[in-house]
Design a protein around this ligand. Sequence first.
Ligand code: ZN
Length: 308
Amino acid sequence: MTKYPDREWRFSQEDWLKASRLTAGGVTFLLTLSASQFLQGRLLGISAASRAATLAGMLSVSTGSMLASWAADEAPATLSVALGWVPEKDRRRKGGVIDKRGTISSSTFSLLGYDAGKKKERLLGAARTALVGMLLFKGLGGRFSGVAPSNVAQPGAFFNVRGTLPAGLEYASPKQKRRLDMFGWVYGCHTCGRRQMGDYVGDHMPPRKVAVEMSRRWWRRLLGIRVKQRFTPQCRPCSSIQSAAVRSDRRILVYHYLSLRRYHATGAVLEVVSLLPGHGMLDGLIHQNVGRVSTWWRRKGRAEGDWQ
Ligand SMILES: [Zn+2]
């Protein structure tokens, strides 16, 4: 039998180390978001419709990105020591992660990586990680307020205006129901995120009671504005929870730990970005501009004479 050594593919040591980065980054980001959802709901009482939800979400995503990057930096060394590829004493080598054989240099997104770099560099790295993480999260279709749990009687964590229909006071017509089922399939139940084939309820958002109250505000009455309701897909279990909540006038939050979307992979994608060949260029560009801004700032300060 002829052998094709060139075509033989096996998972090399370096591949394992890269995979460990991706896994550690991905899992850490996801865990941070879940922890944030729990804390926001149980401790702070924030829901996706709360005003504080966007800020809380931004904090969670940036923290998650930084923790993910830190975990990713730790993973290759931990794996190498665990598998005996590298002796324990070499674990904390200056300048980054294990070189010699499984060469993976310290991530440019590195937050605390191995005493590498100065404090300023590390802070800059952390800020950059947070920023890139937030951009990625948005780019992958995430909404910061959607990190929080859903208040069952308000637009939920998976609420998307594109997945809604104008609504009157009546229930959804059969034709509207078919479209809402399609929206549900695409965006999921707006409260819990569950995706299924059909059987969605056309949920009035904002709820009738809230819409009437909002329309009664003096300035809306003055301007003749009536708050318009829209139909948004909601699954039956969430719909019954909502009915119970509205009937008893209680605030009920629904958690959505297992409804995963593309943007939940931000932590892993961050690592993919850091492994790209062109990544160094992007990094250089950011560095250069940060340098430029700080030089400009210093010059400006000197000109004004308040920087001694
Ligand atoms: Zn649901």
